[in-house]
Design a protein around this ligand. Structure first.
Ligand code: NDP
Length: 470
């Protein structure tokens, strides 16, 4: 008699199909179920040598019956109410100690709520963030797990086996209780927005400032991918810059509409950072830039009404080497903000997030994977609560790259090229090194109109200004 699989997966879309094949490939039998049976049939038909590891089912009842208890059931359906509906449909069919694993992009607060609901029910629950897109899911994603330690341990061998490996170390880690895994994935996505935006800003300086062709831009990105900026996003930016449109023969980038899509995880990061009172201006600027990109009609109207501000730049204003350093600085500043947010969330939610291991889990498999994350992990090992900008080697790298970042923001501003994320990073950095900010003015204004009082620099006991009498 052939043994039943311990694992099951619901939702054979882009991610679910790839993840199921990955799990099967690592020697695990897995039952699969999809709302639309035709999709299951096509999935099985295309599964090739992995066919024997897959148990196809056409109803939820058959699906649950096909799995060996205690079951481990992965949900890979769209985040939100669909996950709740799927859990509701599953629960009456489950046995005590079965484990539901939501591997979609859930909002961490939904995951927290689902944990609470699971507490009073017989089943157990894990919320895991999976990054790496379809390719990652198929051959090794980065996996961020939230939930009880015992449930993590129950699935750790399989999650580690299917995850990406960085020099043999699996990129799958337990982040903490409840929604910790989805929270870390959310911040990952916020950083991803920022990384992508800063690369796009460098592209804008090349294209609109220096008048470079996409092929020239590709050469710069390919060069950068051999230095401190080496990363998946810089690598694919080189590839997309080099690609030619098979329809028109033009550079692919030149035929793509300039409206960026989003599923909302970057926005969630910006909102949650505000809730914690942690400034993440580079991520906020990247989210705003995507929103602005969507307003194409208004932008076209603006270009007609006000005229384009674009002025050409020369190599006296900016060089590829300066841009590379500017992007390096921007990247450090963005990650410093992201890790500061994670540190604050860790304390706020009492998660004890494994800060340096978060950097390690991101070294392979995920969209923001980059060489720099190894150094970040080491810096966070030394002090996980100290902002990265104060840690070696980033302190020295920033000092080395700061003038290039400033020159880039200046040149872009002079040329009328918006660089909101790089400029936000520079402003944040300038503020971080300003011992006396103008917030004394804000305090005086608040006291003037609201008698809110202020602290003084000296020992004089006079918490209000003289304006009440004026
Ligand atoms: P797809 O749209 O490719 O697949 C969605 C799957 O969910 C399909 O199997 C679909 O079944 C099923 N589904 C949709 N609606 C329902 C419903 N009402 N009831 C039951 N099943 C339903 O999505 P992805 O695979 O891209 O994404 C899945 C999850 O993974 C999402 O949370 C997404 O945010 C997350 N994710 C996606 C990444 C990506 O790069 N695509 C990366 C990381 C995470 P049917 O065939 O019947 O329509």
């Amino acid at each position: 008699m052939t043994h039943k699989p311990e694992y099951g997966l619901i939702g054979l879309g882009t991610m679910g199909a790839a993840l199921a094949l990955n799990i099967a490939e690592k020697g695990n039998k897995i039952a699969v179920y999809n709302r639309t049976t035709k999709v299951t049939d096509e999935f099985i038909a295309a599964s090739g040598a992995l066919r024997d590891q897959l148990v196809a089912t056409a109803s939820l009842k058959d699906f649950v019956a096909a799995i060996q208890a205690p079951r481990k059931i992965i949900l890979m359906v769209p985040a939100g109410p669909i996950v709740d509906a799927q859990i509701e449909a599953l629960v009456p069919l489950l046995d005590a100690d079965d484990l539901i694993i939501d591997a979609g992009n859930a909002h961490y607060a939904d995951t927290n709520r689902r944990f609470k609901e699971a507490e009073t029910a017989a089943y157990n629950f894990l919320g895991i963030g999976v990054s790496g897109g379809e390719e990652g899911a198929r051959h090794g994603p980065s996996i961020m797990v939230g939930g009880a330690q015992s449930d993590w341990e129950a699935v750790a061998p399989v999650l580690r086996a299917i995850s990406a490996k960085y020099e043999d170390t699996p990129c799958a880690e337990h982040m903490g209780a409840g929604g910790a895994g989805h929270y870390v994935k959310m911040v990952h996505n916020g950083i991803e927005y920022a990384d992508m935006q800063m690369i796009a800003e460098a592209y804008a300086v090349f294209r609109d400032g220096l008048g470079w062709t996409s092929t020239q831009v590709a050469e710069a990105f390919e060069q950068w991918n051999t230095g401190p900026l080496a990363s998946y996003l810089v690598e694919i930016s080189g590839k997309v810059s080099r690609a030619t449109d098979p329809v028109t023969g033009k550079a692919m980038l030149d035929v793509i509409l300039d409206q960026a899509g989003q599923k909302g995880t970057g926005r969630w990061t910006a909102i949650e950072a505000q809730m914690l009172g942690v400034p993440v201006p580079v991520i906020e600027a990247a989210v705003a830039a995507r929103n602005l990109s969507a307003k194409r009609d208004t932008r076209i109207q603006g270009a007609e009404r006000f005229g384009s501000p674009l002025q050409p730049l020369t190599s006296d204003d900016i060089t590829p080497e300066m841009l590379e350093k500017a992007l390096t600085a921007g990247k450090i500043l963005c990650y410093a903000q992201g890790f500061e947010m994670l540190d604050a969330a860790s304390r706020h939610f009492e998660w004890s997030l494994p800060m340096s291991n978060i950097a390690r889990v991101w070294r392979e498999g995920c969209i923001i994977r980059s060489d720099m994350l190894g150094d970040m992990a080491e810096a966070l090992d030394k002090s996980s609560s100290q902002n990265l900008i104060f840690s070696a080697p980033f302190c020295d790298m920033l000092m080395d790259c700061e003038s290039a970042l400033r020159a880039t923001v200046l040149a872009a501003t002079k040329a009328g090229i918006p660089v909101p994320a790089l400029a936000a990073g520079l402003s944040w950095f300038d503020t971080m090194r300003t011992a006396r900010t103008p917030a004394n003015m804000i305090q005086a204004q608040r006291d003037f109109f609201g008698a809110h009082g202020f602290k003084r620099l000296d020992d004089v006991d006079a918490p209000h200004g003289p304006w009440a009498a004026q």
